[in-house]
Design a protein around this ligand. Structure first.
Ligand SMILES: [Zn+2]
Ligand SMILES: [Zn+2]
Length: 146
């Protein structure tokens, strides 16, 4: 059974349905070029410890865009869903906030990869803004990936 922290979500066509524990109802906004290309805008996502439990993964596919990270999406409807580290895929999953069935209580934590943000948009909030180098240092990854 789902615990209080457990949330359900899925893609647009429901060929991917999952549950995952979300201990902190906080999302970040990633402005990196890959996230923007992948999700058609800045990626709003929640960092979750552990891996999703799938109730349907018919449509699930993973794209390895760098040596160190993989992006999970629905191969049927194209929804952008997950980001995880390639070497430790079950340790942590970053989940698109928009994929959750219920996300109204999520609070904006911070912006990441702000040095990659284009000038054509600006969220105008006062949450913390973290650069690529600062974030990779936090994740224990050498700047520029590896
Ligand atoms: Zn789908
Ligand atoms: Zn990104």
């Amino acid at each position: 059974m789902a615990t209080d922290q457990q949330r359900s979500g899925g893609c647009l066509c429901n060929a991917v349905r999952f549950e995952i524990a979300v201990p902190e109802a906080v999302f970040s906004i990633c402005h990196c070029g890959m996230c923007r290309k992948w999700s058609a805008g800045p990626l709003m996502a929640v960092q979750c410890p552990g891996a999703p439990i799938f109730t349907n993964q018919e449509g699930l596919a993973w794209y390895q865009g760098t040596d160190w990270a993989q992006r999970g999406f629905c191969a049927r409807c194209g929804s952008s869903l997950f980001w995880r580290l390639a070497e430790t895929p079950d340790a942590m999953t970053i989940v698109s906030a928009e994929s959750f069935d219920s996300a109204d209580d999520l609070k904006l934590g911070r912006h990441i990869y702000v040095d990659a943000q284009p000038e054509r948009y600006d969220f105008g909030d006062d949450r913390p803004r973290v650069t690529e180098a600062e974030l990779l240092a936090e994740l224990g990854i050498a700047p520029g990936g590896k």
